[in-house]
Write a protein that binds this ligand. Structure first.
Ligand code: FES
Length: 224
C-alpha cells in the first residue's frame, strides 16, 4: 500500500445516480476491481480517512461514490492510501460470471463487470434495482437458476448485506456454490493496516480483519 496524492477532477454521478468524484491519481492507485483506497483532504481538513470504492477505473485514476459526510470539490487535493486489499480473482478467460450486490449499490460491481466483458465472459447480474447496463449483460432475478448456471460468482456486500446472506432464505441458493464465490465485504475501515481492529469480524474459522485479509474473501470464509 502506497501513500500518494490525488486530485478531484470533477463532480459527477455514478450510473446508479449517486453523487460521485472523478479522481486523477498516480498510476496503480487501484490495480484491480474490489480494491479500495483510503483518502482525506490534504492539509488536515478531514479528521478521518474515507473509504473510496471505485465504480469505474480509468487510465489516469478512477471514479467513486462521494463519501458521506464530506464535501470535496474539483481542484481539492487528496492524501491517498492504496491500493488496499486483494481484489477479486475471476477466471482469466471467459466463463459464466454472476455478479450481485447486497446492501450496496450495484455500481460497486461495474469495474468487475467491465473486466468480465473484456475477457469475453458471459455476464449475468442479479440487480436489486433497475439500472442501465451494457446490452450484452443479462439481468436475472432467480438466484437459484443463475447460481446453477454460473462458474464464477462475485458479490459485493455491506455488513448488513452479509447478515442478509446468512439469514435471508432468498440467498440460501448461494451456499452450495460457495466454492466458486467471492465476496467483497465493505466494512468501516480506519487504519487500513491491520492495527486498529476497526474492521475485525468473526470468520468461519477464525477472527479476520477485512483490511488485511480481504476486502475480498472466499464466500465460504465469511459465511458462518
Ligand atoms: S482498518 Fe484498522 S485493522 Fe482494519
Amino acid at each position: 500500500m502506497r501513500r500518494t496524492k490525488a486530485l478531484v477532477a470533477a463532480i459527477t454521478t455514478t450510473p446508479g445516480g449517486q453523487a460521485a468524484l472523478r479522481l486523477k491519481t498516480a498510476a496503480g492507485a487501484i490495480s484491480a476491481p474490489g480494491q479500495v483506497c483510503l483518502a482525506c483532504r490534504t492539509g488536515g481538513g478531514d479528521p478521518l480517512r474515507h473509504t473510496l470504492l471505485p465504480v469505474a477505473l480509468h487510465p489516469d485514476g478512477f471514479t467513486c461514490a462521494h463519501p458521506d459526510g464530506v464535501r470535496w470539490f474539483p481542484g481539492d487535493e487528496l492524501d491517498l492510501l492504496g491500493p488496499l486489499g486483494r481484489g477479486f480473482h475471476p477466471p482469466a478467460h471467459g466463463g459464466r460470471w454472476l455478479l450481485a450486490a447486497v446492501g450496496l449499490p450495484f455500481d460497486t460491481q461495474l469495474p468487475l463487470l467491465h473486466m468480465g466483458l473484456g475477457r469475453h465472459a458471459e455476464v449475468a447480474v442479479l440487480a436489486e434495482a433497475p439500472m442501465l447496463l451494457p446490452p450484452e449483460v443479462e439481468v436475472v432475478n432467480q438466484l437459484d437458476l443463475a447460481a446453477d448456471w454460473a462458474d464464477y460468482i462475485a458479490l459485493a456486500v455491506s455488513m448488513e448485506g452479509l447478515r442478509q446472506l446468512e439469514t435471508d432464505t432468498a440467498y440460501k441458493a448461494l451456499k452450495p456454490h460457495a466454492a466458486i464465490a467471492e465476496v467483497l465485504l465493505l466494512t468501516p475501515l480506519a487504519c487500513g493496516r491491520g492495527v486498529c481492529a476497526a474492521c475485525a469480524l468473526e470468520g468461519r474459522r477464525h477472527r479476520i480483519r477485512a483490511c488485511t485479509d480481504g476486502l475480498v474473501f472466499p464466500l465460504a470464509e465469511v459465511l458462518t
